[in-house]
Design a protein around this ligand. Sequence first.
Ligand code: CTP
Length: 403
Amino acid sequence: MSILSGKKVLLGITAGIAAYKSATLVRLLIKAGAQVKVVMTPAAKNFITPLTLSTLSKNEVHSSFTNEEDENASWNNHVELALWADVFLIAPATANTMAKMANGVCDNLLLAIYLSAKCSVYYAPAMDLDMYEHPTTQKSFDALAKANNVQIPAAHGELASGLVGQGRMAEPEEILTFIEDHLSAGLPLSGKKVLITAGPTYEAIDPVRFIGNHSSGRMGFELAKVAASYGAQVILITGPTHFNTQQLAIREVHVTSAAQMYKAVHKEFEACHIAIFAAAVADYRPKFVADEKIKKHDSTLTIDLEKTQDILASIGAIKKQQFLVGFALETQNELENAKKKLVKKNLDLIVLNSLRDKGAGFKTRTNKVTLITAKNEVIPFKVKDKSAVAQDIIAHIIQNTHA
Ligand code: CTP
């Protein structure tokens, strides 16, 4: 889950050409789960229409102290808007607005809100390179830093004037990532990379058939969302499922077969701090994949199978300081088998699901797990929704790593 999920974001738009990117910014904020309200300076309306922004944000856009078009002109309460926001993002921030912010000038609604805001203020400068480098602009930056406002640095590149240099507003995606990272700093998994495998694998028999299993992928996706909500950068390597996360903190890598998952995991593992293997990987695959659809002939059909690579065991064999977590789905001698797997695959933690427990296993919304640690601690949990199970697992990992 993005750290912006559920947060109230007030987007302030000032009169720079980069204002045309504000529409994308609103969409990205909404996609991250934020509630968005927009306030514009009057001149910003020359660059993007309030209609576009109110449609995308699903909220009225404000640009003056009163709603002029309304005969019974109502007052736009700047204090109320300022206190509503958890985050005030001014993007683009022009040299003019920044100079006013730096000096307490309050000649429009956006500036009045700025002076009343108690929340975190971020601003993304956008201007020509000479304006950017001008000592008075640099003075504004210093004054805003002193006021604890956070600058989202402008990029170096081609500017609307045709000049090339610093001053181009950060791209909307970069602005979002910047704010997410900034808000996440201090969370228990911030700065940590977490690799998670999820879902089933499909092993082809011929061009239209495969051997698969009933894993829905839900457990792995819930783990990814919880890890991201604690500030982690997640790489989610998933077999075929109908889930998707669409969160910037979660990078999904889609694979089909065990061999593809093996390759993807080995490509990503080294840079990771924590790896959780929740995928239900096929243990066997057809030895030969038919080029054409197999026709029915005889009353029986035999397909020769060969072992797939055990991805988790192969990672256990090469892991260094990473915290490695596996899952075990057992139907008998559960604890004993799970402990054996933990040792054999060189894990720090194994999550045992017993198919004998009601509410556990594949395709259910709930799960009942027991955590077994490398120190042989056995920690049983009750039947819970898979998102709550994911919370328990991630909480244990946080407590037991130096994350
Ligand atoms: N796993 C894996 N690659 C495989 C098989 C399993 O990465 N080819 C991982 C699973 O994601 C899980 C753990 O290994 O985290 C345990 O898988 P499981 O199938 O329960 O155990 P196996 O070691 O395959 O033993 P068995 O099937 O005999 O119980």
